[in-house]
Design a protein around this ligand. Structure first.
Ligand code: PLP
Length: 384
């Protein structure tokens, strides 16, 4: 029999049936009044989620398109950027900078660690000539399951004029992020993460300071020209044909999030995080990230000695229909990752641990049936 999958990867995430139904709506003219209404509602909803009065632009692209737009619109060839890298997505920012002629100075941390805001403060304080034009950082590093302290990193700029560009693609909605209160200049998100809709959209907020930088930016861009996107948004359109169906889905998911409340959505993600970490500990497996920096969106677990990530992810998918992720980059054969962002039910997590217990016990690990499920249940019982 075909298995109904439980998909617990850090994007794309499961999609609620309300969103799926909304996405099945008939086509509309993307230069007509129905689209104008759609983009006006969605943009207002995004501003709520972003906690911002800044412009929020919607691009038809995966999240990386939003990252590319953030480099190509605000940094010029020859500019220097301080890229804070705590994992694979930090390294992606470095590659994008280099592709656009931007000199990336890397502030790197061991994978599994969060960035130390004091290091950013020290580096910027030493840059008295203000050569660094922007600081680029992930809110949530998906490859390691580590949440950076964006509020502290923002404060670490002090009086330095560098823009702060935040990849919040897997962090937004799952963790608190206050674009305006924290002074974040550019914040990137993506549809297929905690927004619980399919891939296809990248969202980018732009502060007035960032728009000033855009005026002076000499980098090449065409499809991802954010000034064009802003001009078109003013008349309720996008420069090019947008992914209209995904936007229908986004409208529905934003309505769902408004009903739930942003704080409640974040508490829900924190509960999933705690359930997962507790279950992992009960299995006597090692977590990659410390509690203090633990991501509410994804948890990375070290693979026990003698096993590979595939020994776990393979049987989970084939025998139980549960899809989790392996590692990325240099951690690809060292960890597996349980995504717990977006449309996740607590019972998805309990089912995952029940299956994990069986798989690990069959592999000869000293796992008692029910021990991880009980630990996760205990957290759940305390949290609802
Ligand atoms: C998913 C993700 C991206 C974007 O990946 P795409 O595959 O281009 O959507 C970027 N940064 C982070 C932190 C992510 O989790």
């Amino acid at each position: 029999m075909e298995k109904r999958q439980i998909i617990l990867i850090p994007g794309p995430t499961a999609v609620p049936s309300r969103v799926l139904r909304a996405m099945g709506a008939p086509a509309i003219n993307h230069r007509g009044p129905e689209f104008r209404e759609l983009i006006v509602e969605v943009t207002a909803g995004l501003k709520q989620v972003y906690q911002t009065a800044n412009d929020v632009l919607i691009l038809t692209a995966s999240g990386t398109g939003g990252m590319e737009a953030a480099v190509a619109n605000f940094l010029s060839p020859g500019d220097k950027a301080l890229v804070v890298s705590i994992g694979s997505f930090g390294d992606r920012f470095v590659k994008i900078c280099r592709a656009f002629g931007v000199e990336a100075e890397i502030l790197a941390y061991e994978w599994g660690q969060a960035a130390n805001p004091q290091d950013v403060a020290d580096r910027l304080a030493a840059d008295t000539a203000h050569k660094i034009k922007a600081v680029l950082v992930q809110q949530n590093e998906t490859s390691t399951g580590v949440l950076n302290d964006i509020q502290a990193i923002a404060a670490a700029r002090g009086d330095h004029p560098a823009l702060l560009i935040v990849d919040a693609i897997s962090g937004l909605v799952a963790a608190e992020l206050l674009t305006d209160a924290w002074g974040l200049d550019v914040v990137i998100s993506g549809s297929q993460k905690a927004f619980m809709i399919p891939p296809g959209l990248a969202m980018v907020s732009v502060s007035p300071r960032a728009w000033e930088a855009a005026e002076k930016c000499t980098n090449s861009r065409y499809y991802f020209d954010l000034k064009e996107a802003k001009k078109f948004l003013e008349k309720g359109e996008t420069p090019f044909t947008p992914a209209v169906s995904v936007l229908f889905g986004l409208r529905e998911s934003l309505r769902m999030l408004a009903d739930e409340g942003l704080a409640a959505a974040q508490e829900r993600h924190a509960l999933y995080r705690d359930m997962v970490r507790s279950g992992v500990r009960a299995l006597d497996l090692e977590l990659l990230a410390d509690d203090a920096a633990a991501s509410p969106a994804v948890t990375a677990v070290k693979v026990p000695a003698g096993l590979t990530p595939k020994d776990i992810t393979g049987p989970l998918r084939e025998r139980f229909g549960i899809v989790i992720a392996g590692g990325q980059g240099k951690l690809s054969d060292k960890i597996f990752r349980i995504g717990h962002l977006g449309y996740v039910q607590p019972t998805d997590i309990l089912a995952t641990f029940a299956a994990l217990e069986m798989i690990l016990a069959e592999r000869g690990l000293p796992v008692q049936s029910g021990q991880a499920v009980a630990a996760a249940e205990e957290v759940l019982a305390g949290g609802i």
